[in-house]
Ligand binder design. Sequence first.
Ligand code: ATP
Ligand code: MG
Length: 398
Amino acid sequence: MSFDVILLRFGEWTLKGKNKSVFAKKLLENVKEKCKEFSSVRITQEHGRMFVELNGQPYEPVIEKLQEVFGLVGFSPAIRVKNDLEAIKKAALSIVRGEKNVQTFKVVSKRSNKKFPIRSLALNQQIGGHILANAQPIRVDVHQPDLSVYVEVRSTGTYVYGKDVPGLGGLPVGTSGKVLLLLSGGIDSPVAGYLSLKRGVELEAIHFHSYPYTSERAKQKVIDLAQILTRFGGKIRLHVVPFTEIQTEINKHCYESYSITIMRRMMLRIAEAIAQRRKALALVTGESLGQVASQTLESMNTINAVTHLPILRPLIGLDKQEIITISKKIGTYETSILPYEDCCTVFLPKAPKTKPEKEVASRLESRLDMDRLIKEAVEQTEMIEVKPESPETFSYFS
Ligand code: ATP
Ligand code: MG
């Protein structure tokens, strides 16, 4: 049996009233972009439905790719036939035969095309009868069937399908504005990036790099992580900030127990400046609650105080194990656990303050040449375009 089209099922965004067309347009773009590599495939739309016309292309690899597109909750490979009862019966039977271990089934017909002479209930009976007679042993179970055979009679033809392969859900990427993700080389921040993409944002990323304390490979690791995220979000601009001087200055002039707090405040100030340039409306971090010293509420208050931008923390309520499960699912885990040090581990104090105070942090910062340090770091930030199709990157100073 070969399928003619894949029927795409939409998520919650279809409830968006007036804005629906904006979401549909963006989703169409994202689906087209994903399907670019399949030369015979075309995307079509009809009355609020979106179809992938396969034109001979096997459906499995296409669905696999589309399982990386937010805004789609499910996929059904379908056979399309003329609006003719015999052809519909034959298609329905081949759907049943194409599935393994089906002992019970039901037929669910929908007659969108009212010119078709047979009503839905009668259609269910006639098609069901044909399947019962030809796919023995099999029974009808209208409550909990192993397989539901869907029949949709439309003006352009009848679609017959059974399988429902789940999609990612969420909102189409590019419909919620732009955010800037603070991307370290760890497990958490790539997951935070993924979860914010799930809510439809356009993502750029910023990484603080302390060469030579952290190696070129540590930077490459972050580029690789961004590369994996492009599967879900398309091209990602990664801003790499030289952070060495700031870290050494902090270490020279500030109490060791406050170094992480001040380092984080510096990161946020620089991230805010880059966000402004790039017109990003929020920052995203991989922080969870209570995971480490800088992730207590007291710490977050003191760190957060330096920026007016909203900081999204998609992992706030997740346990480490839940975060790891997602990172394995999205494919970032293996890269995240590579042992290259990052700037926080290199300068990790023995006893970081779990309840740092704003006033103390500000007082310590007054020993630093803040304006110059921030200005120089922003000016020397390198921008790398990380693209889905190739690891080749194009880099320049922003
Ligand atoms: P991760 O696994 O994402 O590194 P973490 O559990 O190690 O997180 P922290 O080291 O406290 O936690 O970092 C908290 C958040 O700060 C990170 O999730 C990330 O968003 C941001 N961050 C930390 N280090 C960097 C860095 N070098 N560059 C950019 N962002 C960073
Ligand atoms: Mg980390």
